[in-house]
Design a protein. Structure first.
Length: 155
């Protein structure tokens, strides 16, 4: 009999646990990006304000897709700000932060997310979970592009 993707095998458990981290990362990054959108100041205000809005909007949609993938795997999606923050383990920015520090911090957070998504991608590949693997490949592409764009601002 063929193994179902929603089995509670140890490989599936590793995929689920790692996917929970990516969901928490995504939600935490969305919050950080929203904070930057609200509080950015200076000569780059208009460009960054608009860029941050596009980014947090995209992250909100992504969080929903990742949570729904967890549910499709037969797992529950984590929630609650404290729980998500603990799972993600990202440093929070203060409300009064320079635009450059905001961008640099977001680069770090997106880079962490790329690393965590790559772990899920590899685990999903080992588990022959093509759907999760594909989702993580798409997420990595988005975050790598965002890192490039944010780093370009810092030059």
């Amino acid at each position: 009999m063929a193994k179902k993707k929603s089995d509670t095998s140890s490989t599936n458990k590793k995929v689920v646990e790692s996917l929970r981290v990516v969901l928490a990362d995504t939600y935490a990054l969305m919050g950080q990006t929203h904070l930057c959108h609200w509080n950015v100041e200076g000569p780059s205000f208009f460009a960054l304000h608009a860029a941050f809005e596009a980014q947090y909007t995209e992250l909100f949609t992504a969080a929903d897709e990742i949570a729904e993938r967890l549910r499709a795997l037969g797992a529950y999606a984590p929630g609650g700000l404290r729980s998500l923050a603990e799972i993600a383990g990202m440093n929070e920015l203060s409300e009064k932060t320079s635009a450059e520090k905001m961008v640099a911090s977001l680069v770090e957070d997106h880079t962490k997310l790329v690393k965590d998504a790559a772990k899920v991608r590899d685990l999903a590949g080992d588990a022959d979970d093509k759907e999760t693997e594909d989702l993580m490949i798409a997420r990595i592409q988005v975050h790598e592009k965002t890192v490039w764009m944010l780093k370009s601002f810092l030059k």
